[in-house]
Design a protein around this ligand. Structure first.
Ligand code: ADP
Length: 454
């Protein structure tokens, strides 16, 4: 029982007793799986057609609160229902849970049965459709970085998130011995995901104590986002099963490097790489240059979707491999965009801005929109930068905090045209709310700084 299951496969797994539970899930604004656990008999009989959820699920924050100011739903409008429409091409086993399968859903309006515009899956599908009209397919890969901790999530939460000791004692970048000590978690992560039809390439130690990276083989954009979401969920669940915490918070310690999610991108046409031109010095086609020009020019507009929380911006600091500049370079890890696989069939651009907390549907959608704009307007790509880009005074900056990124999002004519005003207004409100919540908090830092000395 491996890989994607057809509906008939699911029926026979149910008949044999191999599967008794189906997770029927949507992906929320934060990139989390939200939904219900169905008895397989009910799913096969009726719920495979549709089920429902409260529409606040797409107008809430990490805490599940109900902020004012969203046009799509509110207390006044009575928080009605959305339809969860299972996408039956995504049925797969969940091998780390007994007797369980999963299906991902599209989110539809309850009355008209049309896609909910601000649903992350719908936002990505819309940009993929635009790309299809231009004659291209997008192949994407999103890397997952995260930290593993000695204690469990429950112990850490009950302890007030204070005693955060990573699972290993020193920088484990590419370190085989150190990561062998984490194999009780990482081996089932790789193998269970592979058995769930997610093409895992490898896992490796990253550049901090307790930091791991999981790499998944590139895939069509929607599949890539589905893979990322399920893999992140699996890492958390499998770590939890073993009594350890996994965290995708980008920056949990100011003195340590943060966790990112780099996004590799290439366009293809009739199965051949549209980014490759073997006559070009670096092997880059005109399409690739236009795409990258759009990607770079509009990076400040869409940074919010790569860094959606207050904490996300703490990652962007000099000398940590996290970028601060909107420039590109050839295989140079200090720039926001890196050309990889120059001169080969695997030629692609890697965006290094995104944090481990990004929602892969939203991140890919806005970058595809930027690339499409670059292609449509035949935008010109500047020359690559060289050396330590952190010190390049001429290079453009990415927004340095959530307030700045919210302003560039709110005022982005490009994103309003590509995603729609309703979608931009919805996410602008989510961004504002996140900052408002932070501004209401009294932080440890303020107390330590001023308690005695103010
Ligand atoms: P790195 O040195 O950044 O870890 P890798 O060679 O491991 O680079 O590749 C990183 C990711 O890029 C992998 O997930 C891989 O599947 C993906 N990738 C390879 N070729 C392409 C491509 N043509 N388009 C998009 N992603 C690709």
């Amino acid at each position: 029982m491996t890989g994607i299951l057809s509906f008939d496969d699911l029926k026979s797994q149910a008949a044999s007793g191999a599967i008794d539970t189906v997770l029927v899930c949507a992906v929320d604004m934060q990139g989390r799986l939200m939904g219900k656990r169905f008895h397989v008999a009910n799913f096969i009989e009726s719920s495979y057609e549709e089920t429902h959820c409260c529409n606040y699920l797409f107008a809430t924050d990490l805490e599940m609160s109900t902020p004012e100011g969203f046009a799509s739903t509110s207390w006044q409008q009575g928080y009605g229902d959305y339809v969860l429409k299972p996408d039956l091409t995504t049925i797969r086993p969940v091998p780390w849970l007994e007797g369980t399968a999963m299906v991902l859903c599209d989110v539809l309006d309850h009355h008209k049965h049309l896609p909910v515009p601000h649903s992350p899956r719908a936002i990505l599908k819309k940009q993929i459709a635009r790309l299809t009209e231009l004659g291209f397919d997008a192949m994407m890969a999103t890397e997952l970085e995260f930290f593993l901790f000695e204690k469990s999530l429950d112990e850490i939460r009950k302890g007030g998130f204070r005693d955060l000791t990573p699972i290993s004692g020193y920088n484990e970048d590419y370190h085989i011995f150190q990561t062998t000590k984490e194999e009780m978690i990482m081996r089932p992560v790789r193998n269970h995901l592979y058995a769930a039809g997610i093409p895992i390439e490898n896992s490796k130690g990253e550049a901090e104590a307790g930091q791991e990276e999981l790499n998944i083989r590139y895939a069509a954009a929607l599949d890539c986002a589905d893979h990322h979401t399920i893999a992140k969920h699996a890492v958390k669940e499998i770590s939890w099963q073993h009594g350890h915490a996994a965290s995708f918070l980008p920056k949990w310690d100011a003195k340590r490097v943060g966790s990112s999610s780099h996004v590799h991108q290439s366009l293809w046409q009739y199965g051949t790489p549209a980014f490759m031109d073997k006559h070009d010095e670096l092997g880059m086609s005109a399409v690739m240059k236009h795409y990258m020009a759009g990607l770079i020019a509009f990076a400040p507009d869409y940074t919010y979707f790569l860094a959606p929380y207050v904490n996300s911006y703490k990652r962007f600091s000099k000398g940590t491999f996290a970028p601060t500049k909107t420039v590109w370079s050839v295989d140079n890890r200090t720039a926001g965009f890196r050309l990889c696989g120059a001169g080969t069939k695997g030629i692609r651009v890697e965006c290094r801005i995104g944090g481990s907390d990004l929602n892969p549907y939203l991140a890919q959608a806005v970058m595809l929109a930027a690339g499409i704009k670059g292609i449509e307007d035949k935008m010109e790509l500047s020359a690559p930068t060289r050396g330590d880009v952190y010190e390049d005074a001429k290079a453009g900056d990415i927004p340095q905090n959530l307030v700045a990124a919210t302003a560039t999002l709110r005022n982005s004519a490009f994103l309003r045209a590509a995603l729609g005003d309703d979608v931009v207004d919805h996410y602008t409100r989510a961004a504002e709310w996140e900052q408002e919540e932070f501004d209401r908090a009294v932080t440890d830092w303020e107390i330590a700084r001023g308690f005695e000395r103010a």
